[in-house]
Design a protein around this ligand. Sequence first.
Ligand SMILES: NC(=O)c1ccc[n+]([C@@H]2O[C@H](COP(=O)([O-])OP(=O)(O)OC[C@H]3O[C@@H](n4cnc5c(N)ncnc54)[C@H](OP(=O)(O)O)[C@@H]3O)[C@@H](O)[C@H]2O)c1
Length: 265
Amino acid sequence: MYLSFAVLSMDISSLILVGSAVYLIVQLLRFIFADADFTLLWAAKLGNKPEDKLRGQVVWITGASSGIGEELAYQLAALGARLILSARRQNELERVKRTCLEHSTLQEKDILVLPLDLLDRASHEAKTATALQHFGNGFFNSLRTELTDYPGITISTVCPGPVQSQIVHNAFTEELHKAVSNAGDQEHKMPTARCVRLILVGLANHVKEMWIAQQPFLLFYYLWQYMPTLAWYATNVLGRKRVQNFKAGLDADSAYFSKPKTKTS
Ligand SMILES: NC(=O)c1ccc[n+]([C@@H]2O[C@H](COP(=O)([O-])OP(=O)(O)OC[C@H]3O[C@@H](n4cnc5c(N)ncnc54)[C@H](OP(=O)(O)O)[C@@H]3O)[C@@H](O)[C@H]2O)c1
């Protein structure tokens, strides 16, 4: 009786031990292959679908002429969201608008091209008035909900790691106004479409902060949040290489990648 009880209790404790070890290994593997924080990935799997939540909404995209903003315009248009496209280069915005119209059911009037230099603050009021005039009360209402009396709006902060875009071409070097001479191959970075899909999932689920990055960058987000001292140490070590890259006119992140990563959905 005593003996069988001892065996049984040992079995249960070793079972718990093995179960915990398996659980930890599974979580570690999930983390290694993650390309966004767990809240966002959970929302992508089980939360609201952007298709259900963003259709018909009016979205103002600044930086819509290239990179993440451009892809955001395409995916939002495909979902049926109405768009205000802003950046400085009007011809590029017109190109993005044409592509949006070609690949969606949106009409000409559903997309407003509104050239804007964000640094020219004096122009912001007039630009906002133009946007309101075009889309009327619907857009006005969503702006109003930013007030605390209207808790229906969520301010979402998106923190992307390296993503394929024009950012390297547009980045400056040690010399003011001199662009990076050799942007190099961007294939190893997260595909823009994947980054934007995760942003849309985050918006559809009111995620307030989104970390979107492949490893090892995702690990850094977690370190910064939970182990800042260690994160500072690693940043000081790795940061030197980034600055050297910038000064040499290269993509700052180019030194950290060895193989392409191509997950897109
Ligand atoms: N790609 C990444 O790896 C990465 C990582 C972390 C954070 N981010 C952030 O994500 C955002 C989008 O970057 P991206 O990678 O998509 O870069 P990108 O391809 O260079 O796009 C930048 C966009 O911003 C517009 N823009 C630049 N200056 C502007 C100004 N003064 N007024 C209005 N629009 C302006 C550009 O258009 P015009 O030249 O026509 O104005 C362009 O449409 C940036 O805030 C970037 O810092 C990117």
